[in-house]
Design a protein around this ligand. Structure first.
Ligand code: G3P
Length: 218
């Protein structure tokens, strides 16, 4: 299972790299806006940090023609750039265009199995179902991942499932149990994944007991 980080903050990307957890980066307009720096500066610094792993950059147009223009500009920044496109009929046209040119796409804002099926059918390299936002409206987000995984396996679609809108470690573990290809995880959740209170208590005890060992080698 691959771990992507869901951020536009280059410091968080650096930290995730140090933990050897990083297989890719996903951004969206909200995450880019949070950094409060010019768009091209943000994007270039992300790509400088991650030159060899997929980096999803989202288009802002709503018509296929506009998405294609923006996506082509973004794709010039590097071979690892993945064009992130919203799940709309216009978006699907743009996906099919980019994939036919060998440019990878990530279809975002997927909330139903039908949307996922269409995105897989037009050949998206990645699809991003949002689990947290479904949980927020009292729909079981992870059920969507189970449904999409079954559809993908039934027809051997090549699209990789990126579990997005991840809010907690349970989302990550369930994704792994279902067999999702990727989870894109905010840095705060990556940090939580390493933690368990019994690990902290156990370590404290080991260190205390170690103090009483005679002639310690280190
Ligand atoms: O990048 C898309 C997705 O992960 C957004 O998450 O927390 O804004 O629902 P969230």
């Amino acid at each position: 299972m691959k771990f992507f980080i869901d951020t536009a903050d280059v410091n968080e990307i650096r930290e995730a790299k140090r933990l050897h957890f990083l297989d890719g980066v996903t951004t969206n307009p909200t995450l880019i806006a949070k950094v409060k720096k010019p768009f091209w500066d943000v994007v270039k610094s992300i790509l400088a940090e991650v030159p060899d792993k997929p980096v999803s950059l989202e288009v802002a147009s709503t018509d296929a023609e506009g998405m294609i223009k923006e996506g082509e500009k973004l794709a010039e920044l590097g071979k690892n750039v993945v064009i992130k496109i919203p799940m709309t009929p216009e978006g699907l046209k743009a996906v099919s265009y980019f994939e036919s040119k060998g440019i990878k796409t990530n279809v975002t804002l997927i909330f139903s199995p039908a949307q996922a099926l269409l995105a897989m059918k037009v050949g998206a390299s990645y699809i991003s179902p949002f689990v947290g936002r479904l949980d927020d409206i009292s729909h079981a987000g992870m059920d969507l991942i189970r449904q999409i995984k079954q559809i993908k396996d039934n027809y051997n679609f090549k699209s990789e499932i990126i579990v997005a809108s991840v809010r907690n470690p349970v989302h990550v573990i369930e994704s792994a149990m279902i067999g999702a290809d990727i989870a894109t995880i905010p840095y705060s959740v990556i940090a939580q994944l390493t933690k368990h209170p019994l690990t902290d208590i156990g370590l404290e005890r080991f260190l205390k007991d170690w103090e009483s060992v005679p002639e310690k080698p280190f």
